[in-house]
Design a protein around this ligand. Structure first.
Ligand code: ATP
Ligand code: MG
Length: 567
């Protein structure tokens, strides 16, 4: 797989060049195909939570519909009752809406079409184009053979239409146990395309379906349902990922044998989104959840949309990421740094700045009168003219970060050291006069003096090299801060030694929890609110926050490794 860092060069939403799907659609419109209609759909199977790869597909399908004055449906491909659940349906709808898209009244389910699909199956049987096979799935799959050699025809392939119809109706009526019979399309057991070797259309499953209940005990295969669902919805451009390219002749075969209108949905394939340091397979994500390597589908380390949301990602940042990665025709891996870049870029514009200290070191300002305090006005966001300002209390005792002080600092260390001066952001210049360590040799307290003349905004601006963030000891709040890192240590989580699987690449340090000190203005913050902790990164209020207990998730650091790499 080739590495793709070029996406940024495509430019922003408006400025980038046309992708190949846009060219196809414009051409179709130009030629009056389907009366110039553009109708797409996003067709998830409700068997898991959506991830960032699905987000790409959502942005693409809804985005193309937007661009070309078309429509985009949401359709649940719910053909497999044993793996699908209402919980997933709900989460998928929530995620699509959260990303900012609207299917209006066009919410559909493949199960809406079960009657029609069944009728069409009978038609194929009566036309001699489908048959009931009494063999087990194992035997059927063995007979299918390998692409280089023709497969073997089933001994049941030439049953009469009457016998087939009778058996199929009895399958539907529930006369046979699971796995004893299937309905197959009669196509070509010698086709070089394995999907054309008499694919299974229906299997017997005595299972409860989340929508149709116990009405059915035979269920259509995805490959039989998918193309016809697109047809029934009037889809013009069926956009899907590359692995379905080889299924396309089968989808076309079904429609050609069932339908005599000129209109057909036309399938176009693009390369799925792969991200470095990320697994995107639903099976693997489910494994991480069920085996408790993470705390649920919305664990902020998960690449699920619900995980990203809880982590503090914004819909805007995901949409601009999707736009940046573009649409490729060949498999590639996108640097996860590009996703981080996108969220940083958006939060920089919208997230209020606050002070938080994650590894506190107490500073006593010895010449600041005891019992006195003052409120300083600080700008909320220099990037946002409407951002306003807030009051931050300042007093004799404050916290700064442990690593903003060195007992014996090198010359290039522009923070605090014995005899050195720094500016406290929005406050005063202080000078370190003395310090005290605890019995373990860890720095315990600094004794500083402040220069009252140097209050920020007073116009007196003596030059000092460093500016530190701080909070007032008596006014700050405690907060649990969850510092997340990448979930996997390896760029390709599936690159493992023999006998190991992707879980051996899990990063043992993907979550570190600390108790930080935050300025009091966040007391009124709500779950999901995002802040820039100045000099530290972007953080958002987690749903575990309750009453006076504040919990923050680190969304992303301030450091922009991706932009650096580009220079
Ligand atoms: P599976 O079918 O194995 O359960 P899936 O990821 O294909 O997993 P679907 O629910 O079928 O899940 O996916 C819905 C849509 O999202 C499909 O059109 C699929 O092509 C698209 N999609 C899934 N993964 C990605 C990805 N990584 N990048 C882009 N599109 C994706
Ligand atoms: Mg799929």
């Amino acid at each position: 797989m080739e590495k793709n860092n070029k996406a940024m060069e495509n430019g922003s939403e408006s400025g980038r060049s046309k992708n190949f799907l846009e060219s196809i659609i414009e051409n179709d419109i130009h030629n009056g195909k389907n009366e110039g209609r553009v109708h797409t759909r996003f067709p998830p199977e409700p068997n898991g939570y959506l991830h960032i790869g699905h987000a790409k597909s959502i942005c693409l399908n809804f985005g193309l519909a937007d661009t070309y004055n078309g429509k985009c449906n949401l359709r649940f491909d719910d053909t497999n009752p044993t793996k699908e659940e209402q919980e997933y349906v709900n989460s998928i709808m929530e995620d699509v809406r959260w990303l900012g898209f609207d299917w209006e009244e066009r919410l559909f389910y493949a199960s809406d079409y079960f009657d029609q699909l069944y009728e069409w199956a009978e038609k194929l049987i009566l036309d001699g184009k489908a048959y009931v096979d009494d063999q087990t799935p194992d035997v059927i799959s063995e007979q299918r053979g390998v692409p280089t050699r023709p497969g073997k025809e089933s001994p049941f392939r030439n049953r009469s239409a009457d016998e087939n119809i009778d058996l199929f109706r009895r399958m539907k009526a529930g006369e046979f146990p699971n796995g004893t019979r299937v309905l197959r399309a009669k196509i070509d057991m010698a086709s070089p395309n394995m999907h054309m070797r008499d694919p299974v259309m229906y299997r017997i499953m005595h299972a409860h379906h989340h929508r149709t209940g116990d009405t059915w005990c035979i269920y259509p295969m995805y490959d039989y349902a998918h193309g016809q669902s697109d047809y029934l919805e009037g889809i013009t451009h069926s956009i899907c990922t590359l692995e379905f390219e080889i299924h396309r002749p089968l989808y076309d075969w079904f429609l050609d044998n069932l339908i005599d209108t000129e209109y057909r949905p036309r399938q176009h394939e693009f390369a799925r989104l792969n991200l470095s340091y990320t697994v995107m397979s639903k099976r693997k994500l489910l494994e991480l959840v069920t085996e408790k390597y993470v705390n649920g589908w919305d664990d902020p380390r998960m690449p699920t949309i619900s995980g990203l949301r809880r982590r503090g990602y914004t819909p805007e940042s995901i949409r601009s990421f999707a736009d940046r990665v573009g649409v490729a025709k060949r498999e590639n891996v996108i640097d996860v740094g590009l996703l981080e870049f996108s969220v940083r870029e958006h939060l920089n514009k919208v997230a209020p700045r606050i002070f938080a200290v994650l590894d506190p070191l107490k500073v006593i300002i010895t010449n600041y009168p005891e019992g006195q305090s003052e409120e300083l006005m600080l700008e909320n966001n220099p990037e946002d003219p409407q951002g306003g300002s807030r009051k931050v209390p300042f007093s004799r005792e404050i916290y700064i970060e442990q690593d903003d002080f060195m007992e014996d600092p090198p010359n290039k260390f522009f923070r605090l050291g014995p005899g050195r001066e720094v500016r406290l952001k929005g406050a005063y210049i202080i000078k370190c006069e003395d310090f005290k360590k605890d019995e373990n040799g860890r720095m315990k307290e600094l004794y500083c003096t402040y220069d009252p003349e140097t209050k920020s905004g007073s116009g007196v601006n003596r030059k000092v090299k460093g500016t530190l963030h701080w909070v007032s000891v008596n006014d700050c709040l405690d907060a649990e801060v969850r510092i997340y890192d990448r979930l996997f240590m390896n760029e390709d989580p599936d690159d493992v030694d023999e006998g190991e699987d992707f879980k051996s690449n899990l990063n043992p340090d993907s979550l570190k929890v600390v108790t930080g000190k935050v300025e009091p203005s966040v007391a009124t913050a709500s779950v999901g609110d995002t802040f820039q902790f100045q000099r530290l990164g972007y953080f958002c209020v987690d749903k575990d926050s309750k009453d006076s207990r504040l919990v923050f998730n680190r969304t992303v650091t301030l450091k922009d490794t991706w932009a650096k790499m580009k220079q």
